[in-house]
Design a protein around this ligand. Structure first.
Ligand code: NAP
Length: 284
């Protein structure tokens, strides 16, 4: 039976470290969070981010804009926050309404305040190995592995999924940690065979419980990034499940992240860390 990689505990450790550093060094850190429209899931994420800021001693500024906000208005707000020296990080909650171009909005954020790490400059810095913000979910996975004592260097890692916010930055980070990395996606042939080569399998495909023991080598470490609100077995909307069939895979993996309580809580903890890095000028 696999060891559980406890994201709840590790994310708490990281938030405590951020809080201690802020209070010991008297750092003034602040995060501006912008949400457009009233998507219920986005509202929950924004509320959780505000609570984490409060816990860590980070000032949070909240901008809740109506669905019909024009792209120019949003750009004007971002420009104002870019120019405000008291703001260390700017986060625009995605997705945005269809009439707003997400790419233009992300690119408008000052790269020195891009704490989500989604801008071209941040992604480019990650690719070539220079200083920059790393997007929070992949960065959180590296912390989960390291703080669970799992060695990365020299290991075969397969990343399932190639999205800009998870799969691609994840692959770059594992490469930076000296793993041998393969990325698979919906067009990959012989995918199960490739996944079974992995010492570390990172799954970010957005398909509830698709990954069964057929994809996993005995003793592999399995990281499940997926979050789905409906469990396909029980159809119970209150239960969360991941991309991995936990009951089956936990029988053969050596270590595994649960859903909930695995990767999910790490994203906000790493956001807090990025705001602290920005406030301490550690990205420049
Ligand atoms: P996405 O943008 O939908 O990308 C999914 C990726 O998986 C695509 O590259 C797709 O391939 C690939 N894929 C789909 N079906 C596949 C299959 N059967 N076999 C192999 N590859 C397949 O999703 P995402 O934004 O990366 O998110 C992935 C999951 O992580 C979602 O469940 C999301 O909710 C969750 N998530 C969690 C967090 C967190 O904080 N824990 C953060 C972000 C996302 P193609 O490119 O060929 O289409």
């Amino acid at each position: 039976m696999a060891v559980l990689i406890d994201g709840k505990k590790i994310s708490q450790e990281i938030k405590d470290e951020v809080r201690d550093e802020i209070s010991k060094k008297g750092i003034q850190a602040s995060l501006a969070v912008i949400i457009v429209g009233d998507d219920p899931a986005s509202r929950v994420y924004v509320r959780n981010k505000k609570e984490a800021c409060e816990y860590c001693g980070i000032r949070s500024l909240s901008y809740e804009l109506p669905e019909e906000t024009a792209e120019e208005e949003l750009l004007a707000l971002i420009n104002k926050l870019n120019a405000d020296d008291s703001v260390d990080g700017i986060l625009v909650q995605l997705p945005l309404p269809d009439h707003i171009n997400e790419d233009s909005i992300i690119e408008a954020i000052d790269p020195m305040k891009d704490v989500d790490g989604f801008s071209r400059r941040s992604v480019g810095a990650l690719s070539i190995g220079t200083k920059g913000f790393v997007s929070c979910t992949p960065a959180g996975i590296i912390e989960l592995l390291k703080r669970s004592g799992i060695e990365i260097a020299g290991k075969e890692c397969v990343v399932m999924g190639r999205s800009n916010i998870v799969g691609k930055p994840m692959a770059m980070l594992m490469l930076r940690e000296n793993a041998t990395v393969t990325v698979v996606h919906s067009r990959t042939r012989h995918i199960e065979d490739i996944c079974r080569r992995a010492d570390i399998l990172i799954v970010a495909i957005g398909k509830p419980r698709l990954i069964t023991h057929d994809y996993v080598k005995d003793g592999a470490v399995v990281i499940d990034v997926g979050i789905h609100r409906v469990d396909p077995d029980t159809n119970n909307g209150r239960k969360l499940c991941g991309d991995v069939d936990f009951d089956e895979v936990s029988q053969i993996a050596s270590a595994i992240t649960p859903v909930p309580g695995g990767v999910g809580p790490m994203t906000i903890a790493m956001l807090m860390k990025n705001v602290l890095l920005s406030a301490g000028n550690k990205i420049k």
